[in-house]
Design a protein around this ligand. Structure first.
Ligand SMILES: *Cc1c(COP(=O)(O)O)cnc(C)c1O
Length: 733
């Protein structure tokens, strides 16, 4: 989500749209990952150690945010939403980062601001009285509010500090937005016309009660303030995984944010009235849809009622929101629902990440694709051109060599104490580079990839002959620190890679590597070198995916399920050039769910799978007790399940055979390099739709109704004169 927001800021700036991106200035961002003898170790990422010349501290833009306190008794019910006494005040300071838009063809360009809040630099946030009373931890709580990012991916944190962070972001940013509007002569009557607030997942859901409160302070009635809020705000949903949908405990909300809690109660009463008016006295419906229920506040429900538009991030995801996850809400407010398929910045992921390929494209179709990525379709003319194909092959080879060198020099393998005992030694560039890089999660099914790698290993051992192609499997990604099973999947990857890479009968044909600490810098080595992009999530779970788009833009072929944006990529590329689709579709998963899924029956009946599952726990893989325990647990998860969960909840075994057969077709096509390169060029040429420029244009057209706002050339010229060294009385700075 953070990377997606970065691509969106890049596009907003390049398209000269008026926008600000708000966030928190964490001292420690997502952790750095080290793998100590197969175990993930989290290390702090100290990205602020060195001064950042692009960061501008704005002391004039300090905002005060109130937590806790009590609501004084009053006859006027409106006071319950506004008045507060004995509260904690937290001061946040803004840091601005200019996001410089790629220049337009007339060389004009625009700059968008990313504004991040920090509570670190306000000494008054330190609660000296608490410190003196010996409450050392609590004394620094507000000073350290923006210290650490919660690294959970697709899993809600449910922590008090997290709620404080979310409200800090919301309140400081909304105060900023409201003050800017009013200080420039705007009023309540123009707010809804002038201001659009895109709520990125449920984390800033408190925008709804807080914006109502701030507008009431400006003189709006509650109903008017709510109407303005609904018109200004819209909500992007990023996931349907239940464990990721945020809910906050009522008592916690009441304690930390008493006024916002009362406002949510009020909103919920109004909402339940609307539900009853539409569905009659259907109490089951009202209970299911209620914003507050069983002591929990459902943040997605608050947003579904409190905004005018909710969007999914791919077509399939939008459909699932309407037909399944939020079907009740869809029946009530059908016009609120839409989807905007995600995109990625082709300037970041092609022009910057792969300069050789960018030149290859420009030499053939000119440079207008950089401004208008729909032009990339012109490249189709070269898909069957022998010269273009061999030029493309040479570029892919260079990118693979660059990755190989980087792996040999920079990708450590560590022992159980963290000491570097070697580096990854990959196969040469003639091998198929089969890449799966993304956060580690059961739904993304790195497990399926590993089961396949184990199967290839057994095949080579059994047949004692060379497989049709050489294959270098690369996996990378971080696991949420508390997500035990994800960490065990990483452990499995390292156990298996140790086996495969050290077996002289196998390691000339097949190698497997798990690369430490996947992040954006590393994508720049990995993505341009990919031949095969693994996008193998269980259908219905990956809302969109963006790694799929990045790799296809760089000429990788996708092996993928019919999930997220994969399907839209297939429509763009065309079935003929999308040969590696596999696995159950949404209906088949649904049918399996109802008819009952038995992975142990698959194990009994299918020797291909049985051998792999038995290999997992055999001494042939490992005889180390801790490693064996990990493998036994993973196998148990697939065949028997846990106390609270069914066996193989992500259907790895169900989809295995289709995956294995499809990988055989990958091997066939890869043997025909000429054909493979034709397919690869077709992928690049078909990615025009998947630029974030197009996504942003759809937000403009369907949700925001905003206009580009280019810089006035006269104003710019005057500015340039003013800052030119010649006009400085003391000469150049
Ligand atoms: C694009 C990107 C992702 C998202 O990848 P998916 O395959 O869509 O999950 C994750 N991490 C980094 C560093 C990325 O650049």
């Amino acid at each position: 989500m953070g990377r997606l927001a970065s691509c969106f800021l890049d596009s907003l700036a390049a398209m000269q749209l008026p926008a600000i991106g708000y966030g928190l200035r964490y001292q420690y961002g997502i952790f750095d990952q080290e793998i100590w003898n197969g175990i993930q170790i989290e290390r702090p990422d100290c990205w602020l150690l060195n001064p950042n010349p692009w960061e501008f501290r704005r002391d004039g833009l300090s905002r005060h945010v109130a937590f806790r306190g009590s609501i004084p008794p009053s006859e006027d019910p409106m006071h319950h939403f506004l008045a507060l006494e004995n509260y904690e005040e937290v001061r946040s300071i803004a840091y601005d980062y200019p996001i410089i838009g790629f220049p337009a063809q007339d060389r004009s360009f625009s700059v968008v601001t990313m504004r991040l809040w920090s509570t670190k630099e306000s000494p008054r946030n330190f609660a000296l009285q608490r410190y003196n009373a010996g409450e050392l931890g609590q004394a620094g709580e507000n000073t350290s509010l923006t210290d650490v990012l919660y690294p959970n991916d697709h899993h809600a944190a449910g922590k008090r500090i997290r709620l404080k962070q979310e409200f800090l972001l919301v309140s400081a940013s909304l105060q900023d937005i409201v003050e800017r509007h009013f200080s420039r002569g705007g009023g309540l009557d123009t707010f809804a016309d002038k201001v659009r607030i895109q709520i990125n997942d449920t984390h800033p859901a408190l925008v709804i009660p807080e914006l109502i409160r701030l507008l009431m302070i400006k003189g709006a009635s509650l109903d008017h303030a709510f109407a303005i809020t609904k018109t200004s705000a819209s909500y992007t949903n990023h996931t349907i995984l239940k464990e990721a949908l945020e809910e906050w405990n009522e008592e916690r909300m009441m304690d930390l944010l008493p006024r916002q809690y009362r406002m949510i109660q009020h909103i919920n009463m109004q909402f339940c009235k609307e539900v009853r008016a539409s569905f009659g006295e259907n109490t089951e419906k009202a209970q299911a849809m209620s914003i507050i229920g069983e002591g929990q506040i459902k943040m997605a429900h608050l947003l579904l009622y409190g905004t005018h538009k909710i969007n999914g991030v791919a077509k399939l995801h939008g459909t699932i929101l309407k037909e399944e996850v939020f079907n009740d809400f869809f029946q009530l407010y059908p016009d609120k629902f839409c989807h905007v398929t995600n995109g990625v910045s082709h300037r970041k992921w092609l022009l910057q990440a792969n300069p050789l390929l960018a030149d290859f494209i420009t030499e053939r179709i000119g440079s207008s694709w950089i401004h208008d990525f729909s032009q990339i379709i012109e490249l189709k003319r070269f898909a069957k051109c022998p010269k273009a194909k061999s030029a493309f092959a040479a570029i892919k080879k260079k990118n693979k060599q660059r990755l190989i060198q980087w792996l040999r020099e920079k990708s450590p393998i560590r022992d159980g104490k963290g000491a570097v005992i070697g580096t990854i030694d990959p196969l040469g560039e003639e091998a198929l580079f089969d890449i799966q890089v993304k956060r580690i999660h059961e739904y993304k099914r790195q497990m399926l990839n590993l089961l396949h790698a184990a199967r290839l290993y057994l095949d080579i051992k059994k047949e004692r002959k060379s497989p049709p192609i050489k294959r270098m499997i690369l996996i990378a990604g971080k696991a949420a620190p508390g997500y035990q099973l994800a960490k065990e999947i990483i452990h499995f990857a390292r156990i298996l890679s140790h086996k495969i890479n050290n077996d002289p009968e196998v390691n000339q044909h097949l190698r497997l590597a798990f690369i430490e600490s996947y992040n954006v810098s590393k994508t720049l080595f990995l993505i341009p070198a990919a031949d095969l992009s693994s996008q193998i999530s269980l259908v219905g779970r990956e809302a969109s995916g963006t790694g799929n788009m990045k790799m296809a833009m760089n000429g990788a072929l996708t092996i993928g399920t019919e999930d997220g944006a994969n399907e839209e990529m297939r429509w763009a590329v065309g079935d003929e050039y999308w040969p590696f689709r596999f696995g159950m579709n949404v209906e088949e998963v649904q049918a399996k769910k109802t008819s009952g899924y038995s992975p142990s029956a698959i194990y009994q009946n299918n020797p291909i799978i049985r051998e792999v599952l038995d290999f997992m726990v055999s001494d042939a893989l490992t005889d180390h007790p801790a490693e064996k325990q990990c493998m036994e647990h993973l196998r148990k998860n697939l065949l028997e399940g846990e106390v609270e969960s069914a066996p193989d909840p992500y259907y790895n075994l169900q989809d295995f055979s289709a995956f294995y057969e499809t990988q055989k077709r990958v091997e066939m096509l890869y043997q025909d390099q000429d054909k493979w390169n034709e397919y690869a060029i077709m992928q690049i040429a078909s990615m025009g739709f998947f630029t974030s420029d197009r996504s942003i244009q759809e937000y403009v057209d369907h949700i925001w109704d905003t206009k580009a706002c280019p810089i006035d050339p006269d104003v710019l010229q005057k500015l340039q004169r003013d800052i030119s060294p010649a006009n400085k009385p003391h000469g150049p700075i």
